[in-house]
Design a protein around this ligand. Structure first.
Ligand code: NAP
Length: 224
């Protein structure tokens, strides 16, 4: 009979993870959780000094290494892949967390909002997964698949509960993340890589500072 050991059931000992946008907000929280479960975690974000400072801070929980990069560009992803590839020959967990937002009035909402938000929130998730596929495959087996986890949002499942913030590009991008996740899951399952999305509600972070400042009543009313 299979014996379950509660102390090791959720252990990530021996696993290598990469968290995009791991320098603050939800990515930082995820990084801490992975470290506490025993993984070695690489974090990436554009601001090198912040990234390195946070990796140092989180190292009390386990091995946390910063590699600064802009994952929205092919050059940035190539540098990240090369730097990670010099240290690791496999990647067990890829958390596609880095994201951005743009709020504005409908009548004045700029085209570049859609370009910027969809590029990072959707295209970069696809590109990161494609570019890191060989490292993921090396960690993957039928008994213990590699994992890709995309950070979607409740706002990709329904019209935002916080009205009037004009996050047209963001909500569309998060719905696209959920659908892209299904598509990638089917594509990569035969290669022993699972692809899942999570859809967080509101968390205090730089991205949501203005919502907590200006629309707290809305959040409280709608989360009952
Ligand atoms: N906070 C919420 O309530 C909430 C709810 C649902 C879903 N989410 C999702 O959760 C994820 C994290 O959100 P958050 O609230 O924690 O956001 P945040 O505080 O703004 O953090 C974003 C992170 O992404 C990094 N980043 C941004 N552009 C990047 C790029 N081109 N290349 C590499 N890194 C980049 C940022 O660092 P640099 O600026 O240094 O690059 C930062 O580390 C996002 O996908 C967001 O949509 C958040």
């Amino acid at each position: 009979m299979l014996q379950m050991d509660l102390n090791t059931l959720f252990s990530l000992q021996g696993k290598v993870a990469l968290v995009t946008g791991g320098s603050r907000g939800i990515g930082k929280m995820i990084t801490q959780g992975l470290l506490q479960a025993g993984a070695k975690v690489y974090i990436t974000a554009r601001k090198k000094a912040v990234c390195e400072e946070v990796a140092k801070e989180l190292s009390v929980f386990g091995p946390c290494i910063a590699i600064a990069s802009d994952i929205g560009t092919p050059e940035g992803r190539a540098e990240l892949l090369q730097a990670l590839g010099q240290k690791e020959d496999k990647l067990h967990i890829l958390i596609n967390n880095a994201g951005t937002n743009w709020g504005g009035e409908f009548d004045k909402y700029p085209d570049e909002a859609f370009e910027k938000v969809l590029h990072l929130n959707v295209s970069a998730i696809f590109s990161m997964t494609r570019d890191f596929i060989h490292l993921l495959e090396r960690a993957a087996s039928s008994e213990d698949p590699a994992r890709v986890i995309n950070i979607g949002s409740m706002d990709g499942l329904h019209i935002p509960t916080v009205a009037h913030t004009g996050t047209f590009a963001y909500t569309s991008s998060k719905a696209a993340v959920h659908h892209l996740t299904r598509n990638l899951a089917v594509t990569l399952a035969p290669r022993h890589i699972t692809v899942n999305a999570i859809a967080p509600g509101f968390f205090p972070s730089k991205m949501t500072e203005f919502v907590f400042d200006k629309h707290l009543a809305d959040i409280e009313e709608n989360s009952l």
